[in-house]
Design a protein around this ligand. Structure first.
Ligand code: UDX
Length: 427
């Protein structure tokens, strides 16, 4: 099939490249000239495991352009994969989705054959039908579900293993209301062996929010229990090993520590809270989930102060700045909260991350420009009075922590075994 993918960020790029691997032809559309050029040179503009290899292998089966019209006219299905960031007040910013819908509508006006528009961007329930559909219909002068297909297909891609999540998903959720569009999407996803759940459009939108909110809840719940365990001298990781053996619960997403960050959980939980409030609901659990997560990184500093009560003038090492290992992404990273607090306490900070130092400096200039960066984990250990582990990069497992005060936010076993003073946040 011929597919156009609008938005060549991490979701668009992974989805498009995944479809290429499944035997389709893909046109990526992006407003950013640099990204378009890079993709056309088989160079992924983001770091994602296995992506570059696939892009090199299938060069010629895809290309990128800034021209919406051409891309839409030359494809049968369009996936909208643009970002839906948070506004200052936590509500969702639909500027990009609306812009794309407008361009799509204009192109659809000229289109002779049947076309399916699929929203993959994370949007609140009701958005596809109440916002995207009218824009498409106005600009195309055509009727959705009749003259063109409209569907919602959320992504469940974890950064770092996004390609493998695309090709071997736990499930595929497709919100679709007309038979013709349903058949197109069934055919498109036929090569993937996974349960396929067909729902109406709003339900598909809600499944994405409910999934992310539940995973965030699971982690915050584990952290709350973990904090109690810590006071009682109980190992929370053992506790959740035991809890997770119950098949109704599952062992995943119970890793206690300094909490969750990234491009999805914080943004999506906030947007769902705002939506609930708008509807006159009081989302008590969701609010607590966020609050527990906001407090969690500060536990690292509390523990540090048990060993070094006065941080002023001390050099504190920070291992890891990315929001999780194997990515250079620093969005809503717990490292930001930790480093900010250290600087407030007038500590000197020396940090190291294998991938994310540049991004950290650029994304958080308020703190990123006021710390020193080391060229390795060893250097951080050698030059600091105490070390905080913020991201569990596998190379931090190899370091020799002997003689050091280590406060561990992610449970790096080697640190636990070799540090002179070891404190884990929840264990
Ligand atoms: C998440 C969802 O997993 C994915 O389905 C969705 O499409 C996008 O959001 P991602 O943000 O890439 O993916 O990362 P994920 O691996 O889910 O981790 C999110 C955060 O939770 C990280 O900061 C991680 O360190 C933290 N986490 C995860 C924990 O603290 N404990 C856990 O047990 C699991």
């Amino acid at each position: 099939m011929k597919i156009s993918v609008i938005g060549s960020g991490y979701v668009g790029l992974v989805t498009g490249t995944g479809f290429v691997k499944l035997g389709n032809e893909v046109i990526f559309v992006d407003v950013d000239e640099r990204k378009v050029e890079m993709i056309n040179n088989a160079q992924p503009p983001i770091y994602e495991e296995g992506l570059e290899e696939l892009m090199k292998q299938f060069k010629g089966k895809y290309h990128a352009t800034k021209d919406y019209r051409k891309a839409i006219l030359n494809s049968d299905v369009t996936f909208i994969c643009v970002g839906t960031p948070s506004r200052e007040d936590g509500s969702i910013d639909l500027t990009y989705v609306k812009q794309v819908a407008k361009e799509l509508g204009k192109a659809l006006r000229e289109k002779k054959n049947y076309h399916v528009v699929v929203v993959k961007s994370t949007v609140l329930p009701g958005t596809t039908e109440e916002i995207v559909k009218p824009i498409l219909e106005n600009y195309s002068d055509k009727k959705a579900f009749q003259d063109f297909g409209l569907a919602m297909n959320p992504e469940f891609l974890r950064e770092g293993i996004a390609l493998s999540d695309f090709l071997n998903p736990d499930r595929i959720v497709i919100g679709v209301q007309d038979e013709r569009a349903k058949r197109v999407l069934e055919e498109l996803y036929a090569p993937i062996n996974a349960p396929k759940l067909f729902t109406d459009i709003k339900t598909a939108e809600m499944i994405k929010y409910a999934s992310n909110a539940f995973l965030a809840t699971k982690i915050s719940f584990a952290n709350e229990i973990g904090n109690i365990c810590k006071k009682l001298g109980i190992d929370s990781w053992k506790v959740f090993e035991g809890v997770g053996l119950d098949h109704r619960i599952s062992p995943h997403f119970f890793r206690t520590g300094i909490g969750w960050g990234g491009s999805c959980f914080p943004k999506d939980t906030r947007a769902l809270i705002r939506k609930a409030e708008e509807l006159g609901e009081e989302p008590l659990i969701l609010k607590a989930v966020v609050e527990v997560n906001e407090r969690q990184p500060l536990k690292l500093i509390e523990l540090l102060k048990k060993h070094i009560p006065e941080l002023k003038g001390k050099t504190i090492g920070v291992l890891g700045l990315a929001f999780k290992p194997d990515t250079d992404d620093v969005r809503e990273t717990r490292a930001h909260v930790v480093v900010k607090k250290l600087l407030e306490e007038e500590a000197r900070v020396i940090a190291y991350d294998p991938q994310a130092m540049e991004n950290f400096k650029r994304f958080y200039p308020d703190v990123g420009e006021n710390i020193e960066y080391a060229s390795s984990g060893e250097e951080v250990l050698n030059r600091s009075d105490a070390v905080l582990i913020v991201t569990e990069w596998s190379e931090f497992e190899e370091l020799d922590y002997s003689g050091k005060i280590v406060i561990d936010g992610r449970r790096v076993r080697k640190a636990e075994e070799t540090a002179k003073v070891y404190e884990g946040v929840c264990w």
